[in-house]
Design a protein around this ligand. Structure first.
Ligand code: HEM
Length: 361
C-alpha cells in the first residue's frame, strides 16, 4: 500500500490512509491543516490544537523532562525487582500479567500521587479504561460502554477527592504540581486537572505494557540479540528505539482535515478523517536502510513510534526508562528468554495498537 497507494481513500471506513514516511510526517507536523480536535467535548492536550494545546502541555512538561524522569529510575528498579522476585525460583512468568501491566500502572499511580492503599482500586479503574482491546469476551458492546461510563464517573470522583486534599495540603506529587502550575496568570480548572490524570492512565499504561512485551518478544525471537545486549548493556537503549520502529505499540494516529488540502497528488476535503500509519512509515525504505531487519544499534533512527511534532509523546522518557529497566533486569536474571513452547500468539484486536494478549516466558 505504501508503495502503490501512499495516500488513499478507504470508502468502507470513510477515511484517508497515509502510509509514507514524509507524508505521515507532513500530517503530524501541520496541526493547522490536520487537527487533533476530533471531539469538541474533550479538552485533554491529546485532542486540542494550538494555542490551547501549548498551554496545557507547558503546564506539565517540567514533570516529564528526561531529567525529572531519570530520577525515578531507582524506584522503577525496585518495583521491577519486586514484581519479578516471586517468579525467579519458578523460572517462568506471564510477562504481561506479572510485569508489563502492573509496572506502568504502579509508576503512574505513584507519580500522580495515588496513595498506596488505593493501588488495587486504581489498577481496576485503569484496566476498565483501556478494556476492549485486550478483552474480546462476549460481553455486549453496550454493557462495556456502560461499564466504561461508570468507571469514568468513579475515577472522576476519586481524583476530585484527592485534588481537594492536595489543595489544602500539597505534597510532592503531580496533582499538587498541576494545582500550583500557572501560565499567563491562569491555572488549570479542576476538570482539567482530573482530565489530565485520566489521560495519563489512558495514554501511558497499555502503550508501555506493549512496548515492554514487544521488546521482550524480539529478544525471544532473536536469542543472539540477548547475548549481544548482555555483553553490551549500553545497546539496550538503541534496541528499545528499534523496537519502537519495528513493533511500535501505536501503529496509527488519527487527525481530521481542517481545510481542503493536497497530499501526494490526492485532494483531502475539509472535515475528512486522516489516519497516519506510523507503523508503515517506520518501515519506509526511503528513510530506513533494510527496513525489514531489526538492527539493534540502528543510527540514525528517526522512527515515529512516539508520534511527531507538537503532540510528540509526553511520556516518552518514562516509557523508555521503564522498558530499559525491565530489559536490563530480565537479561540479568534469565539465561535464555523464551516464549513458552506451544504458545499461540493472539494479537490485540485493534487497528491502532500492536501487541499480543499473553506472553508467557
Ligand atoms: C502522545 C505513543 C507512553 C502520555 C502520544 C502519541 C503517541 C504516543 C504516538 C502522539 C499522539 C498524537 O499525535 O495524536 C506512546 C507509546 C508509549 C507511550 C508508544 C509507550 C511505549 C506514554 C506514557 C505517558 C504518555 C508512559 C504518560 C505517562 C502521552 C500524552 C500524550 C501522548 C499525555 C499527548 C501529548 C500531546 O498531545 O501533546 N503517545 N505513548 N504516553 N502520550 Fe504517549
Amino acid at each position: 500500500l505504501r508503495d502503490n497507494t501512499p495516500v488513499r481513500y478507504d470508502e468502507h471506513r470513510e477515511c484517508w490512509d497515509v502510509f509514507g514516511y514524509e507524508d505521515v510526517k507532513y500530517v503530524l507536523k501541520n496541526p493547522k491543516l490536520f487537527s487533533s480536535a476530533r471531539d469538541r467535548a474533550n479538552t485533554s492536550m491529546l485532542t486540542t490544537d494550538p494555542p490551547k494545546h501549548k498551554q496545557l502541555r507547558d503546564l506539565v512538561n517540567q514533570a516529564f523532562t528526561p531529567k525529572a524522569i531519570e530520577a525515578l529510575a531507582p524506584r522503577i528498579q525496585e518495583i521491577t525487582d519486586e514484581l519479578i522476585a516471586p517468579h525467579l525460583s519458578e523460572g517462568h512468568m506471564e510477562l504481561i500479567d506479572d510485569l508489563a501491566t502492573p509496572l506502568p500502572v504502579i509508576v503512574i499511580a505513584e507519580l500522580i500521587g495515588v496513595p498506596a492503599a488505593d493501588r488495587q482500586k486504581f489498577k481496576d479503574w485503569s484496566d476498565v479504561l483501556v478494556k476492549g482491546a485486550r478483552d474480546d469476551s462476549e460481553q455486549a458492546f453496550q454493557e462495556l460502554l456502560e461499564e466504561k461510563k461508570r468507571n469514568m464517573q468513579e475515577l472522576h470522583i476519586y481524583f476530585t477527592d484527592i485534588m481537594e486534599e492536595r489543595r489544602l495540603q500539597p505534597k510532592d506529587d503531580l496533582i499538587s504540581l498541576l494545582l500550583a502550575a500557572e501560565i499567563d496568570g491562569q491555572q488549570l480548572t479542576s476538570d482539567e486537572v482530573v482530565g489530565f490524570c485520566i489521560l495519563l492512565l489512558a495514554a501511558g499504561n497499555e502503550t508501555t505494557t506493549n512496548l515492554i512485551t514487544n521488546a521482550v518478544r524480539i529478544l525471544s525471537e532473536q536469542p543472539e540479540l540477548q547475548q549481544e545486549l548482555r555483553e553490551h548493556p549500553e545497546r539496550i537503549t538503541s534496541a528499545i528505539e528499534e523496537t519502537l520502529r519495528y513493533y511500535p505499540p501505536i501503529v496509527a494516529i488519527g487527525r481530521v482535515a481542517k481545510e481542503t488540502v493536497e497530499l501526494n497528488g490526492q485532494t483531502i476535503q475539509a472535515g475528512e478523517q486522516v489516519i497516519s500509519w506510523v507503523g508503515a512509515a517506520n518501515r519506509d525504505s526511503t528513510q530506513f536502510e533494510h527496513p525489514e531487519d531489526f538492527i539493534s544499534d540502528r543510527k540514525p533512527n528517526r522512527h515515529m513510534g512516539f508520534g511527531f511534532g507538537i503532540h510528540f509523546c509526553l511520556g516518552a522518557p518514562l516509557a523508555r526508562l521503564e522498558a530499559r529497566v525491565v530489559l536490563h533486569t530480565l537479561l540479568q536474571h534469565m539465561g535464555n528468554i523464551q516464549l513458552m513452547p506451544g504458545t499461540a500468539l493472539q494479537p490485540i484486536q485493534s487497528a491502532f495498537v500492536f501487541g499480543v494478549k499473553h506472553y508467557p516466558i
